[in-house]
Write a protein that binds this ligand. Structure first.
Ligand code: URA
Length: 182
């Protein structure tokens, strides 16, 4: 494990630990406040993120920004990262070997940020972090505490773009997060 973000970022910059390196334009490491109380974890970069090298800058990210604004979460104050740092082709889910290859980077990010709360965005993040036995529909909106960190699983913002009925649940889950940090 690296003791600073500089060292960690240096260690990832030519990463070839999995096949996702073959098609990437940019590694999407993470963004935001490196001392944040709240960390958001998504699945993996999409096309826009791969081009810009930043997480959640495409359609799903814009929807997340709207929720942040409405609820009073400042995007600059939180830290945002993904399970895998390189874009899976055609936005497919990352495969098990890709998640395993990449997860140590995220573990190191969590150790450095030391968030009080981690919001898990969607099933891929939930299962990779808390275990395969968790289901997003059953777990969303419920706090899960492990090793001094409070986890809030919620829907992935891309799921809200496909089914707008999910928006209210996402909003409510983020309101719980905001309340917990006040
Ligand atoms: N979806 C994710 O899971 N992460 C991003 O950074 C963008 C879209």
């Amino acid at each position: 494990m690296y003791q600073t973000f500089e060292e960690l970022k240096e260690s990832i910059k030519d990463c070839k630990k999995c096949k996702l390196c073959n098609n990437r334009n940019n590694i999407v490491f993470g963004s935001g406040n490196e001392n944040a109380d709240i960390m958001f974890i998504g699945e993996g970069p999409g096309a826009d993120e791969d081009i810009q090298g930043k997480p959640f800058v495409g359609k799903a990210g814009k929807l997340m920004n709207c929720a942040f604004e409405g609820i009073g979460i400042n995007r600059e104050e939180v830290y945002i990262a993904n399970i895998v740092k390189c874009r899976p082709p055609s936005n497919r889910n990352p495969e098990k070997d890709e998640v395993e290859a990449c997860l140590d980077y995220l573990r190191n990010q969590v150790l450095l940020v030391k968030p009080k709360i981690i919001v898990l965005l969607g099933s891929v993040a939930l299962k990779a972090i808390l275990g395969e036995e968790y289901s997003i529909t059953k777990s969303r909106g419920k706090w899960i505490e492990k090793k001094g960190i409070k986890y809030m699983p919620t829907f992935h913002p891309a799921a809200l773009l496909r089914d707008s009925q999910k928006k209210i649940y996402f909003w409510n889950d983020l309101k719980e997060v905001k309340k917990a940090i006040l």
